[in-house]
Design a protein around this ligand. Structure first.
Ligand code: MIC
Ligand code: SF4
Length: 645
């Protein structure tokens, strides 16, 4: 059997293990990216490792999440990043230059390479034919130091595209269709590879919309082959030299093939509060909307914004709608302002935001109470918008623009007047990298304002621990539930402060209860259902619980990035051997773990006693992860390995 494109890249980067599905492998990382909300912790940890200079081909640090600057905290973080990056050889993309994934695709992404990013939407890079994976900041710090990234060798699912999208239907509808088929659950350990004649009809930015939102499937990554469309995009970015062709073998092996005829896709919408709650827009058309927001790393490319401008030109936004537009990068922003498209958007009555995450991460533009908000981004988790009762619907830029005019959800295929603004990749993009600062290396003084804390300290695993079941939650708990962003984002560099808000919107007493236990020398265990830890790569969803004394999470299943983050910070992710035990264990119960050392070293399971009754829990960690757990986390483990050398 031949190789998929994904396996070709993995094979070229393999440093440990073998390409057998389900086995742990280590791969060499060529490029890394961080953003400011995860980056400060990543660089504090990088500093703690004592390595002078990054060992990757290129590492880029973006400022895009925390740009509101209501108080000194965000600006302190930015200055810390700028100086620490310069010292250690990392490129620094200033606030205003754009969203990490959009800018990385435009200026740095390289077919055939590997990219590790401390953000779950790093797979956007799969649109240009890379293996691009999201991970916790500490994993990225280790990769910057030249260490391999470890993952479970994936099974590759082939999504075979045929046909061509009709006008008014776009790549967002394709990924929503894939989400409808695969859902957000049960895809851990897979990679989605797009193949078939239909891929020739999709440009790199359109492909990137699809791979970006692959994150919502919970897969390791998604990718497209690198072909003539990839070359055309790279040429237009003045980066032809970065092109290599990368196609799957004719007889490539896939674990499953899903056929999708692009010409049959209709406009789709993901309804509250999950990206896989997908319906046809035609089933919901007429829904009154209060807010429409175009932007985010999913849909903020030149094509997306030119399409919006083409639709809205000469029209006005509905009086009851607040219409928000945030271009994804300075490149996009400057191009649409120079060619006049931005003027058309402004004239319609839109509110123009800076090139940053903004509304997508709940940093501004919270909708009205009970408000219906149509957005082109990738996540619609409850409360993430900043309005607890807000209802977020995810749609294409086409549906967003048409709905902003009409004041209600419009099916782009149904009620369209006028021509479809068909936008191609331009022959040349506007290239100006002046907002990406080159590192100086060496003698740079690192700025540490009062918002910059210390890297978290973890303790070695204890052999026996006791305490309380501090919280019991249901299925699909997201990292936004565990560690809210929005207004709390500014505390990302300050663990004691940020820890006050763990599970804030689920149980506001959780944090203080856990700290009280910790003061008495007792620990906390969390009980969860299926897919615990969906969503973001934020390692704070592990660091802050660890700080509060959480030492284990017991769930029916875990999402990949979060489970790795728990291990990296010395928290045991344990799975119910018998899922029905979930119903028996109650919040507030007294627990005891004994013989943890032997179990973590040598066994596949461990028992927990809750109120004196025993339950069996599975340990699914690899041998390397078991050693990390015994050391009390990845930072301790890495230091131990370095001192052994
Ligand atoms: C997100 O979309 O949830 C974020 C904010 O980009 C996160 C990273 C973070 O929490 O800082 C992600 O997707 O990893
Ligand atoms: Fe930023 Fe939203 Fe993309 Fe996360 S999903 S990187 S918050 S734009």
């Amino acid at each position: 059997m031949g190789f998929s494109a994904a396996y070709k890249i993995l094979k070229n980067h393999l440093v440990s293990g073998e390409l057998n599905q389900g086995e742990e492998i280590g791969i060499r990382i060529d490029q890394t990216l961080t953003q400011d909300a995860t980056g400060t912790m990543a660089y504090l940890q990088f500093e703690a490792m004592g390595i002078d200079r990054v060992k990757t081909d290129i590492s880029v640090s973006y400022v895009d999440h925390n740009t509101l600057q209501m108080g000194f905290e965000n600006a302190d973080d930015h200055r810390y990043l700028q100086t620490v990056n310069s010292k250690h050889g990392i490129y620094y993309s200033k606030a205003g230059n754009g969203i990490c994934h959009q800018v990385h695709l435009e200026r740095f992404g390289k077919p055939g390479s590997t990219l590790l990013g401390s953000d779950s939407h790093t797979p956007t890079g799969g649109g240009i034919g890379m293996i691009a994976i999201g991970a916790g900041g500490l994993d990225v710090a280790v990769a910057m130091g030249g260490g391999p990234f470890y993952l479970t060798c994936p099974g590759v699912v082939n999504v075979r595209l045929t046909g061509k999208l009709r006008p008014w239907v776009s790549s967002k509808d394709v990924i929503l269709k894939v989400l409808e088929i695969l859902t957000t659950k049960g895809n851990v350990g897979t990679v989605v590879e797009y193949t078939g004649p239909g891929i020739k009809t999709l440009s790199v930015p359109e492909r990137a919309t699809i791979t970006n939102m692959g994150a919502e499937l919970g897969v390791t990554t998604s990718l497209f082959p690198s072909d003539e469309n990839t070359l055309a995009f790279l040429k237009a970015q003045g980066r032809e030299a970065d092109f290599i062709e990368l196609l799957p073998d004719e007889n490539a092996e896939y674990v499953r093939t899903i056929d999708i005829d692009l010409s049959e896709i209709v406009p789709m919408v993901a309804c509250p509060h999950s990206p896989d709650n997908v319906k046809k827009i035609s089933d919901l058309a007429g829904l009154k909307v209060d807010q429409v927001a175009v932007g985010s790393c999913t849909n903020s490319s030149y094509k997306d914004l030119m399409t919006v401008a083409g639709i809205i030109k000469g029209k006005k936004v509905h009086p009851d709608v607040s219409f928000i537009v945030a271009p994804g990068s300075k490149q996009v922003f400057e191009m649409i302002s120079r060619n006049g498209a931005l003027a058309d958007i402004i004239a319609s009555g839109a509110r123009i935001m800076e090139s940053a995450c903004g509304f997508c991460i709940g940093s501004g533009q919270a909708p009205v109470t009970e408000g219906i908000s149509l957005r082109t981004n990738n996540r619609n988790f409850e409360g993430r918008s900043g309005t607890a009762s807000g209802k977020i619907y995810l749609v294409s830029p086409e549906a967003a623009a048409l709905s902003a005019i009409k004041g209600e959800l419009v099916d782009p295929l149904g009620s369209v007047s006028g021509d479809y603004p068909d936008v191609d990749v331009p022959d040349s993009f506007l290239i100006d990298d002046s907002m990406v600062l080159e590192p100086e290396f060496g003698n740079v003084e690192v700025f540490r304002g009062p918002n910059i804390g210390e890297p978290p300290v973890t303790d070695k695993l204890l052999d026996s621990i006791s305490g309380k079941i501090g919280l019991k939650v249901g299925d699909k708990i997201t990292t936004d539930h565990i560690m809210p962003a929005g207004q709390r984002l500014k505390y990302r560099s300050n663990i004691p402060e940020y820890s006050k808000y763990v599970f804030e919107n689920v149980d506001s007493e959780f944090s203080s209860r856990s700290l009280d236990l910790k003061k008495q020398g007792l620990y906390t265990v969390i009980v969860g259902g299926e897919s615990y830890g969906q969503g973001s790569s934020r390692e704070h969803a592990a660091i802050c619980p660890m700080y509060l004394g959480v030492r284990a999470v017991i769930a029916k299943s875990f999402e990949r990035i979060h489970s790795a983050n728990l291990i990296n910070f010395g928290i045991l992710p344990l799975i119910f051997e018998n899922p029905a035990d979930y119903d028996e264990i109650e919040q507030g119960g007294d627990f005891v773990f004994e013989g943890l050392h032997d179990a973590v070293k040598n066994r596949d399971s461990v028992s927990i006693k809750v109120n004196n009754k025993s339950y069996v829990l599975l340990i699914t960690a690899s041998e390397r992860q078991r050693n990390i757990l015994l050391s009390g986390g990845l930072l301790n483990y890495t230091r131990e390995i370095m001192s052994d050398k």
